[in-house]
Write a protein that binds this ligand. Structure first.
Ligand SMILES: [Zn+2]
Ligand SMILES: [Zn+2]
Length: 329
């Protein structure tokens, strides 16, 4: 099969022909239709996440068809369309797994990081870590739901019942969260890089009530803010934008250092927290909710062999919505 391979961090992915993987007893072999590109893929390729298996096939927002099954698989049949997210395996025995927090599992393994992912024509996944995909979403639309959508959904949950919600960084996750938040009756305030006209237009089209540069004060005090941009300076900025009792949620897996800030902007029982990975329950809840909204995905398709170009476009902020590698129909 054709695959895009990371040999070592800070180098472009290499296109290669490699053997089609063989599923273990509880795994499915999946023919990849589409795999969305996530900022986490960028952090892995750029060496900011330092523990990938190497060589690695990245990609953790995979939509494809089951084509072969291990001997013990019972949840899926050949021909079914499935989605494969970042969470590729958990131990089900540690203190986190036993208390509904498998996203924090000590033994977790992640798709496109410790397990080969979807920048390839085929991949394998444990049957218990695949989702059914609602039929109304095309492959192109469904792929970004699997991380941008899911992590956005978990971040939104951490924002509690905030009615006035700030979002810092208006990319793939933000455009999905905005639609879900509006459906839930919230008002969204978008913060973008100063001068980014395209992001401003995009946020307004998604129905935010206000958009401004990330250093600006919003017109009203916010109840919560979610930071998707990997920029530590945004944490004190967001703390200044939320009112007493407000929460600042850091939605990314990696962020530059957070600068020192005066205690008074945390005072008033403001909270800062991170969001780490996802649970399978998040996935099932979110995919059902995405159908009800219904979420409309802005996606830019790329051929598999243009994975490096898609990563470059994400790095430079040129994208509107999500980048998706289209592998097979
Ligand atoms: Zn565990
Ligand atoms: Zn991701």
């Amino acid at each position: 099969m054709r695959a895009m391979i990371l040999d070592v961090a800070k180098r472009p992915l290499r296109s290669a022909d490699v053997p089609v993987p063989e599923p273990g007893p509880e795994e499915a072999l999946i023919r990849v239709h589409a795999c969305a590109v996530c900022r986490t893929d960028l952090h892995i390729v750029d060496g900011e996440l330092t523990e990938p298996k190497l060589p690695l096939i990245p990609g953790h927002q995979i939509v494809g068809t089951v084509v072969a099954l291990g001997s013990r698989v019972i949840r899926f049949q050949a021909g079914e369309r499935v989605g494969i997210p970042w969470l590729g395996y958990t131990c089900s025995a540690c203190r986190f797994c036993r208390t509904g927090r498998e996203n924090l599992c000590d033994e977790a393994r992640f798709t496109g990081y410790q397990l080969d992912g979807g920048f390839a024509e085929y991949t394998i996944a444990h049957e218990n870590f695949c989702f059914s995909i609602p039929t109304e979403f095309s492959d192109l639309q469904a792929a970004p739901l699997l991380c941008a959508g899911l992590i956005g959904y978990r971040s939104l949950g951490m924002a509690g019942d905030a009615e006035k919600l700030g979002i810092y960084g208006f990319g793939a996750a933000a455009h999905i969260v905005t639609q879900v938040a509006r459906y839930q009756g919230r008002r969204v305030f978008a913060f973008i890089r100063p001068g980014d006209r395209e992001a401003e237009r995009f946020a307004l089209e998604m129905g935010v009530v206000w958009v401004g540069p990330s250093g600006d004060s919003p017109p009203e005090e916010l109840d919560a803010a979610i930071i998707f941009a990997p920029v530590g300076e945004l944490v004190p900025a967001a703390l200044r934008a939320v009112g007493k009792g407000g929460t600042v949620v850091c939605g990314g897996i990696h962020m530059s250092d957070i600068p020192a800030f005066p205690y008074e902007i945390l005072w008033g029982e403001r909270t800062i927290r991170s969001v780490t990975n996802l649970t399978r329950r998040d996935g099932e809840e979110f995919l059902a909710l995405a159908s009800r909204v219904p979420v409309r995905i802005e996606a830019v398709p790329y051929p598999l062999l243009s994975a490096n170009e898609a990563l470059d476009d994400l790095r430079s902020g040129r994208l509107r919505g999500a980048a998706v590698l289209m592998v097979a129909a």
